[in-house]
Design a protein around this ligand. Structure first.
Ligand code: CA
Length: 445
């Protein structure tokens, strides 16, 4: 998963080093987290959160079923439809490729007709529950960026739980409960994602939205709504992603909510389409899933904008002198201050939180001569503050002083437009693009 974006960034970087004389030719690592563009006033930098591109994460998972022998076809079995007990032409035979329904068919390219799907053996042991756990493991922390969508080829289950793990499957928490009758199945009041507010976003609900029986045959999907939850902060059309990222930057619980290492789909009761189970024809009852969508990105703690898949493992390509699978610690000899995650917010509000060489000594956060530069001719004093020229103020001398004066900077002699650092112009405009869902670029600030 080495993304073309990285190459693009490096290419534009080379161009820009030549083109913009007032920037030195060495930027250290932080330059990988900004890209080059043009405005009417000339070249500019787009600063972005240092994170890999969102992608289809089903390419990188391992799937485990429990019980392991629950897949149909060994021995071969014939199934009837739920709607019509006399229509029994669904044959499953694990030894015949065209009639086999192995788990990998939940993740192959869909869009063909007929669809390909995994199928369980039937409910032969009724009334003992037909329970199946499907575990998806990435062996890497992933941040979800879009809805999880499970498409059932048969009726949707009458009871199901979607669970997540943040510690590689050692412990599990529910994400959402699904049932035809939430009170009966889980003693929970039925709710929908529309009942959730900013204050209750972390609440786990039971929903009846995705469990209607075969009379609603055309509706085959079960969903865990990520975008609707994002919309509570970013607005209905996710036009204000900056607001969401501001929340993510400061609220660990919220970040963790969308972060997983594993997902587990617990199928607890198949579709029956009726109150009574037909014990004379149990081959009508089974699970079949044609597709599972999981969209997300490697979690790299905002210290990498690329994630590679090598030897069946995802790894962040860490920048900022960080290391570890999630860039979760400073490299050896770069521990002059405690490790900290990067920021969704651009300099000067946010910071790359670069790990600092031991030789530098304790650092207090504000500026250095190489990476967190004072702007507009400001001079960094002892890494503690920027000494600004008279026309500028702000932590990194990023603000024209005239902005605070009566009449603002409208005067003809302010000269701010041409001196203003490239990269801070147009940034708020670009932030509305909501690049989590644009696919090709990291989010731009
Ligand atoms: Ca499929």
């Amino acid at each position: 998963m080495r993304f073309p974006l990285l190459l693009t960034l490096q290419a534009s970087w080379l161009t820009v080093c030549v083109a913009t004389q007032h920037y030195p030719t060495t930027w250290g690592h932080y330059d990988l987290c900004k890209s080059h563009g043009y405005t009417d006033e000339g070249p500019t930098w787009y600063y972005m959160a240092c994170q890999p591109e969102a992608a289809d994460m089903t390419k990188y998972l391992k799937v485990f079923l429990d019980p392991p022998n629950i897949t149909c076809g060994d021995p071969p079995e014939t199934y009837c439809t739920l709607e019509n007990p006399y229509m029994c032409n669904n044959e499953c035979d694990a030894a015949t490729e065209e009639l086999a329904h192995p788990p990998e068919l939940m993740f192959d390219f869909e869009g063909r007709n007929p669809t390909t799907f995994w199928q369980s053996s039937s409910w032969k042991k009724y009334p003992k529950p037909l329970a199946v756990n499907i575990t998806l493991s990435w062996n890497k922390t992933i941040e979800l960026t879009d809805d999880i969508v499970i498409t059932f080829e048969s009726g949707r289950p009458e009871q199901m739980v979607l669970e997540k793990s943040l510690d590689y499957g050692r412990s599990w928490q529910p994400y959402q409960f699904y049932a035809t009758d939430c009170l009966d199945a889980f003693t929970m009041e039925p709710k929908t994602v529309r009942d959730i507010t900013q204050h209750t976003l972390l609440d786990i609900i039971c929903t009846e939205e995705y469990s209607r029986g075969y009379v609603w045959k055309n509706d085959k999907t079960v969903r865990f709504e990520i975008k609707d939850r994002f919309a509570l902060f970013a607005g209905p059309k996710l036009h204000n992603m900056a607001s969401l990222y501001g929340q993510l930057d400061t609220t660990k619980n919220l970040r963790d909510f969308f972060t997983i290492t594993d997902l587990r789909i617990r199928l607890l009761r198949p579709a029956t389409g009726a109150t009574m189970v037909d014990e004379n024809n149990l081959s009508r009852y089974f699970y079949a899933i044609s597709d599972i969508k999981v969209h997300g990105r490697c979690k790299c703690n905002l210290h990498a904008n690329s994630c590679i898949y090598d030897k069946e493992k995802l790894t962040c390509e860490c920048e900022h002198n960080t290391t570890g699978p999630d860039c979760g610690r400073c490299k050896r000899n770069y521990q002059a201050r405690a490790w900290s995650a990067g920021s969704y917010l651009p300099i000067p509000k946010g910071t790359a939180n670069i790990c600092v060489p031991n030789s530098v000594g304790p650092v207090t956060r504000v500026c250095d001569n190489e990476l967190l530069r004072c702007q507009n001719g400001g001079v960094c004093v002892n890494n503690v503050r920027c000494q600004c020229p008279p026309a500028y103020t702000g932590l990194l001398c990023e603000k024209p002083r005239c902005e605070n004066e009566p009449g603002g900077c409208g005067g003809s002699d302010s000269g701010q437009a041409s001196l203003r650092p490239p990269g801070l112009i147009l940034l708020s405009l670009l932030s509305v693009l909501g690049p989590v869902f644009l696919g090709e670029i990291c989010w731009i600030l």
